[in-house]
Design a protein around this ligand. Sequence first.
Ligand code: ZN
Length: 126
Amino acid sequence: MAGRIPQSFINDLLARVDIVDIIDSELPLKKTGRDFQALCPFHGEKTPSFTVSQEKQFYHCFGCGAHGSALGFLMEHKGLSFVEAITEAARGVGLEVPYEGGETPTTPSVDYSPIYAILSPAADSP
Ligand SMILES: [Zn+2]
């Protein structure tokens, strides 16, 4: 069982992730003006009505009404769970997912000694 993912991490991740990068790696997007377009992966079509807004960071299909964020796209298109979508998006931008509680996949080894040295300057004095 993996632990919960802190909301602050999700916010941070969404700030770094570009929905255009995420979707473009799954289906080729074509830039049209300020937005990007592709053939919708959620319904069969011959003319692109699947639109991705880089500015607003969401996708919308005028054909079938599919709509969502970068994480939503990963979940819908690849059939991932929310946690899996976050893990995948985080990997794409080189972030490690910090789980709250439950198992901790990796424990970062942090050297606190410089902090202690600053906090207790008197310790070195005779
Ligand atoms: Zn569609």
